[in-house]
Design a protein around this ligand. Sequence first.
Ligand code: SAH
Length: 407
Amino acid sequence: MPTATYPRVVLKPGREKPVIQRHPWIFSGAILKLPPNTADGAPDGAIVDVMDSADRWLARGLLNRASQIQVRILTWQQEEEINESFWQQRLTAAVVRRAPLLAQGDITACRLINGESDYLPGLIVDRFGDHLIAQIGILGMDQRKRELAEWLLQITGCQSISERSDTAARRLEGLEDAHGLLAGTPPPDQVEITEKGLRFVVELGGGQKTGFYMDQRSNRHAVAAYCAGATVLNGFSYTGAFAVHALAAGATHVTNIDSSVDALQMGEVNLTRNGFDPDCVTENIAGDIFQVLRDWRHDADSPRFDVVILDPPKFAHSKQQIDRALRGYKDINLLAIHLVKPGGILATFSCSGLVSADLFQKVIFGAAIDAGRDLQILEWRRQDIDHPVAITFPEGEYLKGLICRVL
Ligand code: SAH
């Protein structure tokens, strides 16, 4: 038994099953009784015990009345106290699980902490060389972020940890965006990382998400395997990571399309760092890819490619957006399929967690039918291994992709 006692949240009768099955979220609708919202009771962000309606202990977690998810569970073991040693153990365990990946020697950036799936709800931490970037999504973690940051520096030996906490989820928790150094010495604006031996510049302060999409690491490698001697269309290219991998694998030319001019420029820097002359091996098109591909659709002389990659941003941020997102995926894939030479490859991804892999496959099926082309699925792809999915938390699965041959 812990020596500390925690205020109690009591569930409604019959609502304990997901908790027993170790789902880490407790929604407001499942809660019968909250402890008083006082400094000596349980202010938001406090640690609470979760009890079933018969007063049996179920779990312990972080409270936030302002969120629809009022408790995020930290432990299902009653004897486990939430103290300094608890946090340090959780952080260390997540970091240690990534050690083999970093020990490969040709990878210097990875996700170190993947939130709920690393049993640290609301905490995402990415490592870029000797610098860490945190994304804090929930109040309970936000209140503890400076100590967590100090411990993470001690555990990893990194020089800095900064936060880029600006996800939409934060606003649902009643939190403002937050940026800046949490611990250590101020990081440089840019760092160079390596991914499978290739070099990429990551802007620690700017860029999107945390600056580099590491969830696609293994997929870039997988797609590159089809790129020897190929012409490639890299749709939603961001800073050109798929392009660099494709060229390193022997692609003859890559056309990058992205709406962000900054991202395309950084893509040129990345090519140069890897010994490629951007003017010779790539073309950059800055603009809306839907529009570019639609224009090509009506142009008999438009280019065709051996390999087409589509890696769009998240289209569905809420359940209400799913239908629109599906139409977006269908449109862009239909347009892309037309551009693949017979026998070529379509590598298509979706990072919308609300669109399941099955549903995504159905959308690609629809696009293939409408395009009048036969597609063979060669590979079902997922997020890379530093973005694990706790089996009790299927919501952690978000990135899916298909590598298809287009006949
Ligand atoms: N494939 C990239 C990551 C892509 S992130 C990688 O491996 O690193 C999604 C990208 O899509 C962003 O760079 C964003 O600028 C771009 N984007 C979003 N909407 C777009 C649109 N309508 N047309 C072109 N690019 C778009």
